[in-house]
Design a binder for this molecule. Structure first.
Ligand code: SAM
Ligand code: SF4
Length: 324
């Protein structure tokens, strides 16, 4: 078992497979991109699978593939199939901006993908372009429907709420849950990377988000999607097919029940989204050494809570670089 110094059992790994992206979301990546990782530093699919194979006997059960944008790395379905073959892995999820889901959903499902989180900051085409700063004809309803039709589920839509930018769509997003079995989650904007200036003025606290949801009618606490294992708290409208969730990195802490670690695209095991708590696995892996001692070394350094809570926000990196 992998248990950290605070007694938290680790059973969930988020794997970033690329630091690159076809979007340039205002809150995540500068328009000109970031200094990309050298190709040779990026783990091959065989190397990622080997790390998972070595973590599995220690209690790893669930995996999420993320980035950057994971769907732009070639042969994603091949990786999913390889991870599916590691017998202890019960659940494989994907975080994506959804642009490529209409063309890829069925192939990913056939390879063994269980569920998907899709980023969804607006339903208005002009606004999608303004936030993502790329014109890729993205439509969140089309992307989520493609995933649903392919049999992927549960489907979660992640909305980063920004005051004055998309907060007037909170009710529109919540309304989707009446007729679709989708889980719409509102995320508090976090001050990361070079885009810190965008943030504090633009953070909409969750209490305010829920007030705007309630303009559509009463909501009641809900258990959320099956197999959910993250920091969201869920609500639902009576008789709605889906739920409304809130994720509150800025105003609450869920660190005490954190069950996750992250693998960066260049093979570092990170034990917190924020800060520099990480151990390089790549060199030992490539030298053919067993990794368990490094896993345990990383866990020994997993912090009690993340640095946002201590308001030490100076050194935060873009989420695309750390596998947000
Ligand atoms: N490209 C994929 C996507 O957009 O879903 C996966 C990687 S992305 C870094 C993962 C999640 O981080 C997305 O839901 C995105 O909205 C969120 N994210 C990125 N920067 C953020 C920020 N500054 N505050 C809150 N959420 C952020
Ligand atoms: Fe790309 Fe996701 Fe970051 Fe947007 S949030 S720039 S889609 S990695």
């Amino acid at each position: 078992m992998l248990v950290d110094q605070f007694g938290r059992t680790i059973e969930y790994l988020r794997i970033s497979i690329t630091d690159r992206c076809n979007f340039r979301c205002q809150y995540c990546m500068p328009l000109e991109g970031l200094p990309w990782l050298p190709k040779d530093d990026i783990l091959r699919y065989e190397e990622i699978t080997e790390i998972v194979r070595q973590l599995a006997p220690l209690g790893l059960k669930r995996i999420r593939i993320t980035g950057g944008e994971p769907t732009i790395r070639p042969q994603l379905a091949r990786l999913i199939r390889m991870l599916r073959d590691v017998s202890a892995v019960e659940d494989i999820a994907l975080s994506t901006n959804g642009v490529k889901l209409p063309e890829m959903a069925r192939e990913l499902r056939d390879a063994g993908l269980d569920r998907v989180n899709i980023s969804a900051d607006s339903m208005r085409p002009e606004r999608v372009k303004a936030i993502a700063r790329r014109d890729l004809n993205f439509d969140i309803v089309r992307a989520a429907t493609a995933a649903e039709d392919a049999g992927i589920g549960p489907i979660k839509l992640n909305v980063v709420v920004m005051r004055g930018i998309n907060d007037d769509e909170i009710a529109d997003f919540a309304a989707l849950t009446h007729d679709h079995p989708w889980h719409v989650r509102f995320i508090e904007l976090m001050p990361v990377g070079e885009l810190r200036d965008l943030t504090f003025d633009h953070v909409v606290p969750t209490a305010e988000v829920l007030d705007r949801v309630r303009t559509l009618g009463d909501i009641e606490p809900a258990s959320g999607p099956a197999r959910g294992n993250g920091p969201a708290v869920y609500w639902r409208f009576p008789n709605a097919l889906g739920t409304v969730g809130v994720i509150t990195p800025m105003t609450h802490t869920y660190c005490e029940r954190c069950n996750r670690v992250r693998l960066t695209a260049d093979g570092r095991l990170r034990t917190c989204l924020f800060g520099d708590h990480e151990v390089l696995l790549r060199d030992a892996l490539r030298a053919g050494q067993p990794l368990e001692a490094l896993f345990r070394q990383a866990l020994a350094d997993k912090p009690k809570e993340h640095e946002l809570l201590q308001m030490r926000v100076g050194g935060l990196r873009a989420l695309s670089q750390v596998g947000g």
